[in-house]
Write a protein that binds this ligand. Sequence first.
Ligand code: CTP
Length: 393
Amino acid sequence: MKRILLIVSGGIAAYKALELVRLAAKAGYGVTAVLTEAGKQFVTPLSLQALTGAKVYQDLFSLTDESEMGHIELSRAADLVVVAPATANILAKMAGGLSNDLASTLLLATDKRVLVAPAMNVRMWEHAATQANIALLQNRGVLVVQPDEGPMACGEYGPGRLAEPPVILAAIEAALNDGPLKGKHAIVTSGPTHEPIDPVRYLANRSSGKQGHAIAAALAAQGARVTLISGPVNLPDPFGLTLVKVETAREMFEAVQAALPADIAVCAAAVADWHVEQATQKLKKDGSGKPPALNLSENPDILATISKPGPQRPRLVVGFAAETEKLEEHATAKRARKNCDWVVANNVGGTGIMGGDENEVLLITAKGTESWARMGKAALAQKLSTKIGEFFE
Ligand code: CTP
């Protein structure tokens, strides 16, 4: 059984640590909890003890603790040290190497990887000091689960909310490289592509990258080594994977070729079908009232190329089909035409799916078509990656 040392520091989000413990225990991890003085103001040692089924450590100088397990030993007995929630204060202590209580001493003494899930007021999170501390910690190899954006307990709005417990658990699983896809390499494409028209304009589409990024994170959480190749998106960099940022379809194609070989490829990107013969200078109105002609040429088809039989073909290639009509018919034809194994088909015709938070899809495989009820993109990513895990069992 893999063990997690969970440090709960102060902050209103500390109550979510209880849910994290519950989920981690359900996923088969052993959790030992450490509660800081400030953390105690928000959750009780008793509730953490009840959920972990083990002693909750609180004091650096407690003789009882020392007689059971010294702080050095405690810091090394786990496979991963997790700080959730991590306050601005504990991050500053970590960055500065302070050790004036049990939590900071354990973080200084440990020889294991450390994952932090920050939670604090938006201004505290955005403060240059906190950002510098986070950057420093990341450079030292500390793993950071980025906080969410949203309304905060203090009434302000912005980034700083603790990531949801399932997201933190997925990051833990990715950090421990633990799961059915351990040892497998997955390439995921995500987001739109931008095809420049001239130095200031481009052709694009409404893809947000939410679905592709969620799939990449979910595959990493299943233990896969993931290369995520993403067009321009406005999303935080997902955790625990290799991210390659590209702009055009041709760059995405090159990046996918460079990332091979792989066991799994999921092409979730909304790749532009054409690129424009790019003007070297900004296109100007010439006064005639006639629009300029855009000279379009076809882009390489990444999915069709990767699916071609050959030694480099991933064992499982999953494509997406964005359709606005005759969903099953068009997607089934696309699966055959592109020679991929599975197609995730979604109707993007005016239902708020493209760019939205939910998705409603058909999964088309050699065995037939499954219809999946409308669900959040993260949930869909989980479901798909679980299915991929089963495929490799
Ligand atoms: N795709 C790709 N490379 C391209 C175009 C599409 O890899 N140049 C992939 C997408 O990532 C997706 C699948 O092909 O997995 C289908 O994309 P879609 O836009 O639905 O289909 P198209 O190939 O563009 O076909 P059509 O425009 O006829 O619907």
